[in-house]
Design a protein around this ligand. Sequence first.
Ligand code: ARG
Length: 460
Amino acid sequence: MTDKKPWAGRFNEPTDAFVEAFTASVGFDWRLYRYDIAGSIAHARMLARQGILSAEERDAIVAGLERIRERIDRGEFEWRVALEDVHMNVESALTADIGVAGKKLHTGRSRNDQVATDVRLWLRDEIATIRDEIRRLQRALLDLAEREADTVMPGFTHLQTAQPVTFGHHLMAWFEMLDRDHGRLVDCARRLNAMPLGAAALAGTSYPIDRHYTAELLGFDAPAENSLDAVSDRDFAIEFAAAASILLMHLSRCAEELVIWSSAQFAFVELSDRFCTGSSIMPQKKNPDVPELVRGKAGRVFGHLFGLLTLMKGQPLAYNKDNQEDKEPLFDTVDQVRGCLRVFADMVPTIRPRREAMRAAALKGFATATDLADYLVRKGLPFRDAHEAVGKAVALGVTKGCDLAQLSLPELQSFSPLIGEDVYDVLTLEGSVAARDHFGGTAPAQVRAAVARARQRVAT
Ligand code: ARG
């Protein structure tokens, strides 16, 4: 194999040694080799079908490319920086292996449509894997939510105790966030599935190619409509990074809750030792590193989204070398998303809820105050008056250091004569959650129904 650059014809001087390293992308884009080879095989088949290559040339090219793929798989391929990128490395190796037929592979093609195709094929597969991981995490949440459908915890707004909810209901909120993320990735994969090949450098090619056939071979829905757009569009990368950012924003919120809940002050859950680490100085420490790191990685992925947006901003059509900078942020986004999902999906089944602590916390913050107001409304008081009466009852509770359910009947009646013995039914945590018994509500029966519906959704 030689290091002769395929484009060396019009040059008289060799490339500056540093420029060669500076402009090369093979150090990272070698990762695309399977897709590069799959795209080349489809291209060669199309060329032969159109009479542009002979059947023998096609067979030599396909067999040669398959041998190269196996060599790379086995780690026996020598990547050369002088050959710039994955595309020229593979093509050079092919020519070294099969001779002149290898030099014909690039007929009717450019690295511009080639790289745009490779990245789409790669990302399409990665999105499929990520979707599977989201589903795995969702299923873990469903199992936990079903087990904890009756577990009462305080629900928060402003991180202040608001109303009692069930732990299962809270976990189902996480499920819904992830379900939208899954949907965004489905959309993204659908839009990216248009094939750039055939656009060549930018204007198309003078050979009688059949782009529909190549698209079919590669599992694209259709060839991209416009050759200039085909080589310059990186929307799919930005769209993926945006979907990934929203997903990690969601995971960071879940992570933050786990950090709070696993603290000694809350103690709502216990994380398995397998997902925590200790401190080198404080012997008592068990740190929630995994959720913290997921929370941190969200920032890194948001950075990639902004990097990609900035990369594309103001670029004139069509292809520009700037586009080579799309790969590292994209690769890292995929790696971080996959890592975060994997660790979360592994960790969720190990979460141990501490039901008594959740219950005790729910009893503390006057969580059933709204239930008392609703009770008074049912007895005929306008809601605003009820709100005021309950506010005064809460103030008494604060002064006495007790919850509403611990106030005596005469004490409660001093705020409204409408209050009767039956008030204690609504002041209990179980009564409060059971009363929110409508579609999307926190009642245990509703949580079980939501889990059942959700199981159907993740089955598809
Ligand atoms: N390594 C390049 C990239 O990642 C491949 C395309 C190069 N095309 C070109 N005209 N220099 O974008």
